[in-house]
Each structure stands twice: as structure tokens, then as C-alpha cells.
Design a protein around this ligand. Sequence first.
Ligand code: NDP
Length: 334
Amino acid sequence: MMIRDTFKALVVEKKNNDLMATVKQLKVEDLPEEDVLIQVDYSTLNYKEGLGFANRNKIFRIFPIVPGLDLAGTVVESKSDDFTPGDQVILNGWGVGERYWGGYAQMARIKAEFLIPLPKGMDTKKAMAIGTAGYTAMLQVMTLEEAGITPGTGPIIVTGASGGVGSNAVAILSGLGYEVTALTRATEEFIHNYLKKIGATEITGGEKWTEMPAPLEPQKWAGGVDTVGSVVLARLLAQMKYGGCVAACGLAGGFDLPVTVMPFILRGVSLRGVDSVSCPIQRRISAWERLVTDISDEVLDSINTTIPLEDVPRYAGEILEGNITGHIVVDVNA
Ligand code: NDP
């Protein structure tokens, strides 16, 4: 495999307190010194990068930085015995794109311990069509399964359903035979049609989801996949059926949780946290292996929009405004 003399990268620099994002030509020597040099095929754009480009929540910890919290590509050089040139790999999380340079470049140097092999039966394009969003959704589904929630237990509600994690969760759960209700703020018919197309049987939303719930409400859901937090998560917990479980990963609606103990002590409801960033390697591999079969190419086509590196800053603004439906793949070679 040829190593390019120069390659394209989206570089974020900090001047005074402002961030500047520019697509630049870099040389391999410009990359930080790490074990494995990768020719990148695809990365993705997520809510977290939206926060980063907006200079919020201290997402970008070093400057200059090449953001991009995930990537899929091919190893071209390796100082690690675990990888050899030609191996196809996936990376997501571990602070890459935050504390380490990440996937928004045609080449990347990454610590070997952060990488997992691309599972058999998946190509790099499918890997990033799934991305960190789909992998996180899979971790949430696994968490519900571990809590004993099966398709026969009852309906599942997915919040932030039209977003990256939410869309993937709707699709995976429905593919596994769960009855899925999608909670969305969106009122547009095309978004409701989209959610039904990817597997939702019911759509819910409206003003009540922005109001504080009663400590306990009528029991509706066997399980919940939450990406929103705050009053939405509090309402979900208050509406769980006896023994139900919510797998929570996000804070798109806020990081607070105004809940009472009632769902836990009177209905045996459980709330389980899901983290994709520092998730142990074996659990990552299990999640990615399941994604070979548990989400179809057809549904991924409906969920994904592909953009070039140059468009990342603009779409990052849109994702933070909640204007993106589905998931964004970044084709670094477009
Ligand atoms: P997206 O922006 O793609 O999706 C978030 C969705 O949440 C939106 O599409 C919207 O859905 C809904 N939403 C947005 N803003 C609000 C709001 N103010 N109040 C209520 N709902 C809102 O983000 P991702 O899917 O990439 O990430 C979702 C969340 O999960 C983020 O908080 C992210 O940081 C977190 N996350 C956590 C991970 C972990 O490891 N713990 C990994 C990946 C993501 P709709 O319009 O349909 O209501």
C-alpha cells in the first residue's frame, strides 16, 4: 500500500478564544507519533463534534487538532504486533478527536490498543454508516437484553429517535422483533415517515415531553433507549412497566435528571448507563460483530447522508441545532 506524500485533513486551531477549521494538506510527519498508521476511508459526524466545533463542553482538548471520534480504514504501517499492513480496522472513542488526533483526514496515526479489527462480513463503508452512533445503539440494545428485556416483554421507546443513535436504535430493535415507539420533537410528516420506514411502529412526542412528569405515571414501556436525558428521561422512568429498564447514553436535552425514587422502589425499574468511549475491548468487539447482521444495508441507506471533509463544520452547526435527520458519514476521500 502506497503512503501518500501529502494528504487532506480538517485541522482545528484556536486563535484567542475562537476556533478556526481549515482543510489543509499535511505530510505523514505532521501526524502525532503513535503505533499504527492508517489510510482512512470514512469517519462520521456526531453531536459531540457539534459541541466541539461550537467551542462548548471542552470537547477539543488539544490544539491544533484533527477532530473525528471514529474512523474505518486500512493499516499501512504498524509498530504493533497486533496489526500488519493491509489489516482493516475500526476505531471509535478513547478520546480520539478530543485528546488525540482523529478521523477527519485521509491518514491517521492511532494507538494500537484503541483499534479493533473490522469484523468479517463488514466493509469500511458499512462500518462508518453504522459509526459510533450505531455502535452505541447496539450497546444500548445489549444492555436491555442483559436486563432480561426481550421482544415478548413489551414495547420499547427510543428518544431523540430521528438522531444518529436514536435512528440506529429504532432500526436495530425493530430488526430484532421489538415493537418500537419513536419519541421525536419533530412534527414534520417526512420525519415521521422516515421513522416508520426504519422500523418504528408508533410515533410519540408533543408538549408533555417537555414538562415535569408525576413521580409515577401509567405503565407503558418494557424498555427505553434514551439519548436525551433531563425531563424526557425522568418521564420515561415514570412510565416504565414493572421490572422495566432504560439504557441511557445521552444529554441532547440536558444533563440533569429530575426524577424521584418511586419508579425504582415501587416498580423495580432500573436505569443503566451506556458508555461507548471507554467501553472494554471485548464488549466493543461483541457489539461490532452483532452489527454485521443486526442492521441491514438497506436501512443504513435510509439513515445516512454522506458529506466531504469540507462540509463538516457547517453540518456540525446543524447537528447542534437539531436540524439533521439520521446519521452523517464523512467521506474523507471525496
Ligand atoms: P443527534 O444530534 O444525531 O441526535 C440527538 C437527537 O436528540 C436529535 O436528533 C433530536 O431528535 C433530539 N434532541 C436534540 N436536541 C434536543 C433537545 N434540546 N431536547 C430534546 N431532544 C433533543 O446526536 P447523536 O445521536 O450523535 O447523540 C445523541 C446523544 O447521545 C448526545 O447527547 C450524545 O452526546 C450522546 N452520545 C453518547 C455516547 C456515549 O458513549 N455515552 C455515544 C454517542 C452519543 P428528535 O428531533 O427526533 O427529537
